[in-house]
Design a binder for this molecule. Structure first.
Ligand code: GLV
Ligand code: GLV
Length: 318
């Protein structure tokens, strides 16, 4: 009998067909995350799981999933998966790097510009019928061109954001645990200690994965180092930020604005204080959301599953 692959969201027919060549495939067809109980039951039978970032793969699941060989996450981040626990059990974990780099960098830049130039606020203003005259400082924002960009977590997406920033004549700084001379060479970025990056940057862009070390790495102390005209952009994971500290920094005008594609709790509760501020541009975790990129991500996740089920090396193991 063919091994079972469980896919936790409806994906393109061609991706499912590709998997059906080597496996029996079951799909959670509803347009909402697969309920925990269903996910656990399917995991007990499956040799492969094709997961979303909303699915938690933890000790409990891995203990029950005795036949499991591979978890292919359809995301570059995999903080939803206990990768250590999987490794101990010999379960391969894969993600979808590279294919989403450029689309995510586009969204990052869109969010940066929307925040700097108050695009969503201006649109709400016009639609509310408040546009009564042109005025010198009406909806004035911050310069993007020739400003200083500080990237926290310089990886593939960081470099792609930096390439876009070059076109705007921006000075590019970055912070990583260790300097990355290759990135410095490729995109002309300068390494800074975190505090110096926060002090010097006009735009601070979070791109670091969520790990125990980066959890809540942006807190009250960090926001207090930023310029009062600076903008904070988060496109990594909400868990990297102390949201209460961010709210206070924005409300007390310690920083100028924030663009957020990710939140500690997703979907973000509609009564979240950050959503009450006019200087916050909030998006529903759409960093990689283009039709082309999402198809490439699904295909790569499926290719990883096929490789493992056929006894080959996975394409993009974590
Ligand atoms: C999305 O957030 C991803 O990690 O791919
Ligand atoms: C603005 O529209 C200008 O012409 O400066």
């Amino acid at each position: 009998t063919k091994p079972l692959v469980y896919v936790t969201r409806k994906l393109a027919r061609e991706v499912i067909d590709e998997l059906r060549e080597v496996a029996a495939v079951e799909v959670w067809e509803e347009d909402r995350p697969c309920p925990r109980e269903v996910f656990l039951q399917k995991a007990e039978q499956a040799e492969a799981l094709l997961t979303m970032l909303t699915d938690r793969v933890d000790e409990e699941l891995l203990t029950r999933a005795q036949n499991l060989k591979v978890v292919a996450n359809m995301a570059v981040g995999y903080d939803n998966i206990d990768a250590e626990a999987a490794k101990k059990r010999g379960v391969t974990v894969t993600n979808t790097p590279d294919v989403l780099t450029e689309a995510t960098a586009d969204l990052t830049f869109a969010l940066l510009m929307a925040t700097a130039r108050r695009i969503t606020e201006a649109n709400r203003f016009l639609l509310a019928g408040e546009w009564t005259s042109w005025s010198p400082n009406l909806l004035a924002g911050q310069n993007v061109y020739h400003s200083t960009l500080g990237i926290i977590g310089m990886g593939r997406i960081g470099e792609a954001v930096a390439r876009r920033a070059q076109g705007f004549g921006m000075k590019i700084l970055y912070h990583n645990r260790r300097p990355k001379p290759e990135s410095e060479e490729r995109v002309g970025a300068g390494y800074r200690q975190l505090d110096d990056l926060l002090r010097e940057s006009d735009y601070v862009v979070m791109l670091t994965p969520l790990t125990p070390e980066t959890r809540q790495m942006m807190g009250e102390r960090e926001f207090s180092l930023m310029k009062p005209t600076a903008v904070f952009i988060n496109v990594s994971r909400g868990g990297t930020v102390d949201e209460e500290a961010l709210y206070r920094a924005l409300a007390e005008k310690k920083i100028w604005a924030a663009g957020l594609d990710v939140f500690q709790k997703e979907p973000v509760p509609m009564d979240h204080p950050l959503l009450t501020l006019p200087n916050v541009v909030a998006l529903p975790h759409i960093g990689s959301a283009t039709y082309q990129t999402r198809l490439e991500m699904a295909k790569l996740a499926a290719a990883n599953i096929r490789a493992v089920l056929e006894g080959k090396e996975p394409v993009t193991p974590v």
